[in-house]
Design a protein around this ligand. Structure first.
Ligand code: SAM
Ligand code: ZN
Length: 276
Protein backbone atom coordinates (compact mmCIF):
# COMPACT_ATOMS: atom_id res chain seq x y z
CA UNK A 1 0.00 0.00 0.00
CA UNK A 2 1.58 3.31 -1.05
CA UNK A 3 2.66 5.70 1.71
CA UNK A 4 0.96 8.80 0.22
CA UNK A 5 -2.37 7.01 0.47
CA UNK A 6 -1.73 5.95 4.06
CA UNK A 7 -1.28 9.61 5.06
CA UNK A 8 -4.95 10.18 4.09
CA UNK A 9 -6.28 7.40 6.32
CA UNK A 10 -7.60 7.68 9.86
CA UNK A 11 -7.90 5.09 12.61
CA UNK A 12 -11.51 3.84 12.77
CA UNK A 13 -11.29 3.58 16.58
CA UNK A 14 -9.75 6.90 17.63
CA UNK A 15 -9.61 9.01 14.45
CA UNK A 16 -5.83 9.57 14.63
CA UNK A 17 -3.72 9.41 11.48
CA UNK A 18 -2.21 6.10 10.42
CA UNK A 19 1.40 5.26 9.64
CA UNK A 20 2.70 2.38 7.56
CA UNK A 21 4.75 -0.23 9.36
CA UNK A 22 4.60 -3.06 6.80
CA UNK A 23 2.69 -5.29 6.81
CA UNK A 24 0.50 -3.28 9.20
CA UNK A 25 -0.84 0.24 9.59
CA UNK A 26 -0.83 1.74 13.06
CA UNK A 27 -2.08 4.84 14.86
CA UNK A 28 -0.44 6.75 17.72
CA UNK A 29 -2.73 5.05 20.25
CA UNK A 30 -1.40 1.67 19.21
CA UNK A 31 -4.36 0.39 17.16
CA UNK A 32 -3.00 -1.82 14.38
CA UNK A 33 -4.49 -3.05 11.12
CA UNK A 34 -3.06 -5.77 8.93
CA UNK A 35 -2.74 -5.18 5.22
CA UNK A 36 -4.23 -8.33 3.69
CA UNK A 37 -2.27 -10.54 1.35
CA UNK A 38 -4.48 -9.19 -1.44
CA UNK A 39 -3.33 -5.63 -0.76
CA UNK A 40 -6.34 -4.05 0.97
CA UNK A 41 -6.74 -3.05 4.60
CA UNK A 42 -9.85 -3.51 6.70
CA UNK A 43 -10.66 -0.38 8.70
CA UNK A 44 -14.11 -1.44 9.91
CA UNK A 45 -14.98 0.23 13.18
CA UNK A 46 -16.52 -2.98 14.49
CA UNK A 47 -19.85 -3.48 16.14
CA UNK A 48 -21.65 -3.88 12.85
CA UNK A 49 -21.41 -6.23 9.99
CA UNK A 50 -24.92 -5.14 8.98
CA UNK A 51 -23.83 -4.36 5.44
CA UNK A 52 -21.76 -6.80 3.42
CA UNK A 53 -21.94 -5.05 0.04
CA UNK A 54 -21.66 -6.80 -3.30
CA UNK A 55 -20.92 -10.52 -3.42
CA UNK A 56 -17.86 -11.94 -5.18
CA UNK A 57 -20.13 -12.97 -8.09
CA UNK A 58 -21.55 -9.46 -8.46
CA UNK A 59 -18.08 -7.93 -8.35
CA UNK A 60 -16.82 -10.42 -10.96
CA UNK A 61 -19.77 -9.60 -13.24
CA UNK A 62 -19.03 -5.88 -12.80
CA UNK A 63 -15.34 -6.40 -13.59
CA UNK A 64 -16.23 -8.31 -16.77
CA UNK A 65 -18.68 -5.69 -17.89
CA UNK A 66 -16.49 -2.66 -17.15
CA UNK A 67 -13.52 -4.33 -18.88
CA UNK A 68 -15.65 -4.50 -22.05
CA UNK A 69 -15.37 -0.71 -22.35
CA UNK A 70 -19.11 -0.18 -22.70
CA UNK A 71 -19.21 2.25 -19.77
CA UNK A 72 -16.09 4.10 -20.93
CA UNK A 73 -18.08 7.25 -21.84
CA UNK A 74 -19.38 7.36 -18.23
CA UNK A 75 -15.86 6.88 -16.88
CA UNK A 76 -14.54 9.59 -19.20
CA UNK A 77 -17.24 12.02 -18.03
CA UNK A 78 -16.28 11.34 -14.40
CA UNK A 79 -12.55 11.69 -15.09
CA UNK A 80 -13.20 14.92 -16.98
CA UNK A 81 -14.61 16.68 -13.90
CA UNK A 82 -12.26 15.15 -11.29
CA UNK A 83 -9.23 16.86 -9.82
CA UNK A 84 -6.24 15.71 -7.78
CA UNK A 85 -4.03 14.97 -6.11
CA UNK A 86 -6.14 13.20 -3.46
CA UNK A 87 -9.03 11.16 -4.81
CA UNK A 88 -11.49 9.14 -2.71
CA UNK A 89 -14.00 6.70 -4.24
CA UNK A 90 -16.67 5.58 -1.78
CA UNK A 91 -18.39 2.37 -2.88
CA UNK A 92 -15.43 1.85 -5.19
CA UNK A 93 -16.47 -1.59 -6.50
CA UNK A 94 -13.82 -2.93 -8.86
CA UNK A 95 -11.84 0.33 -8.90
CA UNK A 96 -12.30 0.95 -12.63
CA UNK A 97 -13.56 4.53 -12.14
CA UNK A 98 -10.89 5.37 -9.58
CA UNK A 99 -8.17 4.04 -11.90
CA UNK A 100 -9.50 6.08 -14.82
CA UNK A 101 -9.52 9.22 -12.69
CA UNK A 102 -5.96 8.62 -11.44
CA UNK A 103 -4.75 8.10 -15.00
CA UNK A 104 -6.48 11.25 -16.19
CA UNK A 105 -5.42 13.47 -13.30
CA UNK A 106 -1.96 11.95 -13.64
CA UNK A 107 1.33 12.84 -11.97
CA UNK A 108 1.25 12.61 -8.21
CA UNK A 109 -2.45 11.75 -7.82
CA UNK A 110 -3.22 9.05 -5.25
CA UNK A 111 -6.51 7.32 -4.62
CA UNK A 112 -8.35 5.62 -1.79
CA UNK A 113 -11.11 3.20 -2.68
CA UNK A 114 -13.57 2.36 0.10
CA UNK A 115 -16.01 -0.53 -0.06
CA UNK A 116 -17.68 -2.71 2.54
CA UNK A 117 -17.34 -5.72 0.21
CA UNK A 118 -14.07 -7.61 0.65
CA UNK A 119 -14.40 -8.99 -2.87
CA UNK A 120 -14.59 -5.41 -4.19
CA UNK A 121 -11.66 -4.22 -2.06
CA UNK A 122 -9.54 -7.10 -3.33
CA UNK A 123 -10.19 -6.00 -6.93
CA UNK A 124 -9.79 -2.30 -6.18
CA UNK A 125 -6.39 -2.96 -4.55
CA UNK A 126 -5.16 -4.17 -7.94
CA UNK A 127 -6.89 -1.51 -9.99
CA UNK A 128 -4.08 1.06 -10.08
CA UNK A 129 -0.54 1.34 -8.68
CA UNK A 130 -1.43 4.65 -6.99
CA UNK A 131 -4.67 3.39 -5.43
CA UNK A 132 -5.17 1.89 -1.97
CA UNK A 133 -8.23 -0.16 -1.07
CA UNK A 134 -9.98 -0.03 2.30
CA UNK A 135 -12.83 -2.13 3.67
CA UNK A 136 -15.17 0.19 5.57
CA UNK A 137 -18.89 0.83 5.90
CA UNK A 138 -20.03 4.18 4.46
CA UNK A 139 -22.72 4.39 7.14
CA UNK A 140 -20.08 4.78 9.85
CA UNK A 141 -17.37 7.45 10.08
CA UNK A 142 -15.17 7.10 7.00
CA UNK A 143 -11.59 6.15 7.99
CA UNK A 144 -10.25 9.17 6.13
CA UNK A 145 -8.63 12.31 7.57
CA UNK A 146 -10.69 15.48 7.74
CA UNK A 147 -10.28 18.03 4.94
CA UNK A 148 -7.77 16.04 2.89
CA UNK A 149 -9.70 14.99 -0.24
CA UNK A 150 -9.70 16.95 -3.52
CA UNK A 151 -12.23 14.77 -5.35
CA UNK A 152 -14.69 12.38 -3.72
CA UNK A 153 -16.48 10.00 -6.12
CA UNK A 154 -19.85 8.38 -5.52
CA UNK A 155 -20.65 6.25 -8.56
CA UNK A 156 -23.93 4.31 -8.29
CA UNK A 157 -23.10 3.93 -4.59
CA UNK A 158 -24.60 4.81 -1.19
CA UNK A 159 -23.73 8.34 0.05
CA UNK A 160 -23.08 9.46 3.60
CA UNK A 161 -23.40 13.22 3.05
CA UNK A 162 -21.97 14.55 6.36
CA UNK A 163 -18.97 12.26 6.07
CA UNK A 164 -18.30 13.24 2.45
CA UNK A 165 -18.41 16.89 3.55
CA UNK A 166 -16.03 16.22 6.46
CA UNK A 167 -13.31 14.55 4.40
CA UNK A 168 -13.34 17.04 1.50
CA UNK A 169 -10.83 19.91 1.45
CA UNK A 170 -12.52 23.37 1.39
CA UNK A 171 -11.65 23.56 -2.32
CA UNK A 172 -12.63 19.93 -2.94
CA UNK A 173 -15.42 18.59 -5.09
CA UNK A 174 -17.91 15.74 -4.90
CA UNK A 175 -18.70 13.90 -8.14
CA UNK A 176 -21.88 11.83 -8.10
CA UNK A 177 -23.14 9.46 -10.80
CA UNK A 178 -26.79 8.44 -10.65
CA UNK A 179 -28.89 6.47 -13.13
CA UNK A 180 -31.95 8.12 -14.69
CA UNK A 181 -35.21 6.23 -15.13
CA UNK A 182 -34.20 5.47 -18.75
CA UNK A 183 -30.95 3.76 -17.75
CA UNK A 184 -30.93 0.15 -19.05
CA UNK A 185 -34.67 0.54 -19.71
CA UNK A 186 -34.84 -2.24 -22.33
CA UNK A 187 -33.48 -4.74 -19.82
CA UNK A 188 -35.59 -3.40 -16.98
CA UNK A 189 -38.73 -3.84 -19.07
CA UNK A 190 -38.04 -7.18 -20.67
CA UNK A 191 -36.38 -8.87 -17.70
CA UNK A 192 -38.67 -7.25 -15.10
CA UNK A 193 -35.72 -5.86 -13.12
CA UNK A 194 -35.79 -3.48 -10.17
CA UNK A 195 -36.69 -0.02 -11.47
CA UNK A 196 -34.75 3.17 -10.80
CA UNK A 197 -36.84 5.58 -8.81
CA UNK A 198 -37.75 8.32 -11.28
CA UNK A 199 -37.17 10.93 -8.60
CA UNK A 200 -33.63 9.74 -7.86
CA UNK A 201 -31.89 12.80 -9.29
CA UNK A 202 -34.19 15.16 -7.39
CA UNK A 203 -33.71 13.21 -4.18
CA UNK A 204 -29.95 13.41 -4.70
CA UNK A 205 -30.24 17.20 -4.78
CA UNK A 206 -32.48 17.18 -1.70
CA UNK A 207 -30.09 15.00 0.28
CA UNK A 208 -27.12 17.26 -0.50
CA UNK A 209 -28.92 20.60 -0.08
CA UNK A 210 -27.41 22.84 2.58
CA UNK A 211 -24.18 20.83 2.70
CA UNK A 212 -23.17 21.05 -0.96
CA UNK A 213 -23.79 23.41 -3.88
CA UNK A 214 -24.02 22.01 -7.38
CA UNK A 215 -21.50 23.47 -9.83
CA UNK A 216 -22.05 21.23 -12.85
CA UNK A 217 -24.42 18.58 -14.16
CA UNK A 218 -23.96 16.52 -17.30
CA UNK A 219 -26.19 13.94 -18.92
CA UNK A 220 -24.36 10.99 -20.41
CA UNK A 221 -26.53 9.06 -22.83
CA UNK A 222 -25.97 6.54 -25.62
CA UNK A 223 -26.96 3.06 -26.67
CA UNK A 224 -24.81 -0.05 -26.49
CA UNK A 225 -25.23 -3.30 -28.40
CA UNK A 226 -25.14 -6.27 -26.04
CA UNK A 227 -24.90 -10.02 -26.60
CA UNK A 228 -26.23 -12.58 -24.10
CA UNK A 229 -23.00 -12.68 -22.03
CA UNK A 230 -22.94 -8.88 -21.75
CA UNK A 231 -26.57 -8.87 -20.67
CA UNK A 232 -25.88 -11.52 -18.04
CA UNK A 233 -22.95 -9.44 -16.72
CA UNK A 234 -24.80 -6.14 -16.63
CA UNK A 235 -27.72 -7.74 -14.82
CA UNK A 236 -25.50 -9.80 -12.52
CA UNK A 237 -23.66 -6.72 -11.26
CA UNK A 238 -26.84 -4.85 -10.34
CA UNK A 239 -29.35 -5.03 -7.51
CA UNK A 240 -31.76 -7.20 -9.47
CA UNK A 241 -29.44 -10.15 -9.00
CA UNK A 242 -30.58 -10.25 -5.39
CA UNK A 243 -34.19 -10.84 -6.39
CA UNK A 244 -33.90 -13.29 -9.26
CA UNK A 245 -32.50 -16.81 -9.05
CA UNK A 246 -29.60 -17.42 -11.46
CA UNK A 247 -31.66 -20.07 -13.29
CA UNK A 248 -34.65 -17.76 -13.70
CA UNK A 249 -32.44 -14.92 -14.84
CA UNK A 250 -30.63 -17.11 -17.35
CA UNK A 251 -33.96 -18.24 -18.78
CA UNK A 252 -35.15 -14.65 -19.16
CA UNK A 253 -31.87 -13.59 -20.80
CA UNK A 254 -32.07 -16.49 -23.25
CA UNK A 255 -35.51 -15.32 -24.33
CA UNK A 256 -34.24 -11.83 -25.28
CA UNK A 257 -33.54 -10.82 -28.87
CA UNK A 258 -29.81 -10.96 -29.51
CA UNK A 259 -27.98 -8.71 -29.87
CA UNK A 260 -30.08 -6.11 -28.05
CA UNK A 261 -29.74 -2.31 -28.06
CA UNK A 262 -29.64 -1.04 -24.49
CA UNK A 263 -29.80 2.59 -23.31
CA UNK A 264 -27.24 4.13 -20.99
CA UNK A 265 -28.66 7.28 -19.36
CA UNK A 266 -26.91 8.63 -16.29
CA UNK A 267 -26.28 11.98 -14.68
CA UNK A 268 -22.84 13.14 -13.58
CA UNK A 269 -23.22 15.90 -10.99
CA UNK A 270 -20.43 17.96 -9.43
CA UNK A 271 -20.76 19.70 -6.06
CA UNK A 272 -18.60 21.92 -3.89
CA UNK A 273 -18.94 22.34 -0.14
CA UNK A 274 -21.63 24.96 0.54
CA UNK A 275 -20.44 28.32 1.80
CA UNK A 276 -21.14 28.60 5.55
C1 SAM B 1 -23.62 -0.45 -7.64
S1 SAM B 1 -22.01 -0.79 -6.97
C2 SAM B 1 -21.01 0.50 -7.71
C3 SAM B 1 -19.53 0.17 -7.73
C4 SAM B 1 -18.66 1.14 -8.51
N1 SAM B 1 -18.76 2.50 -7.98
C5 SAM B 1 -19.04 1.12 -9.98
O1 SAM B 1 -19.88 1.93 -10.40
O2 SAM B 1 -18.53 0.28 -10.70
C6 SAM B 1 -22.21 -0.23 -5.28
C7 SAM B 1 -20.98 -0.52 -4.43
O3 SAM B 1 -21.21 0.00 -3.10
C8 SAM B 1 -20.78 -0.95 -2.16
N2 SAM B 1 -21.53 -0.75 -0.91
C9 SAM B 1 -22.82 -1.07 -0.65
N3 SAM B 1 -23.13 -0.75 0.62
C10 SAM B 1 -22.01 -0.22 1.17
C11 SAM B 1 -21.69 0.30 2.46
N4 SAM B 1 -22.61 0.32 3.44
N5 SAM B 1 -20.44 0.75 2.68
C12 SAM B 1 -19.50 0.73 1.69
N6 SAM B 1 -19.75 0.26 0.44
C13 SAM B 1 -20.98 -0.21 0.19
C14 SAM B 1 -21.04 -2.30 -2.82
O4 SAM B 1 -20.27 -3.35 -2.25
C15 SAM B 1 -20.69 -2.01 -4.27
O5 SAM B 1 -19.33 -2.27 -4.55
ZN1 ZN C 1 -6.40 4.49 16.92
Amino acid sequence: MIDEAVTLLACPHCGAGLDADPPTLLCESGHTFDVARHGYVSLLSGGGGKFTGDSAEMVAARADFLASGRYDPVMDAVADVADGPHVLDVGVGTGHYLARVLDTVGGDAVGIGVDVSKAAARRAARAHPRAAAVVADVWTALPVRTGTIDTALSVFSPRNVPELARVLAPTGRLVVVTPTDRHLQELVTSLDLVRVDEHKTRRLGDSLAGTFERTDRRAVGYTMTLGPDDVAAVVGMGPSARHVTPAELAARVTALPTPIEVTVAVTVSVYRPAAV
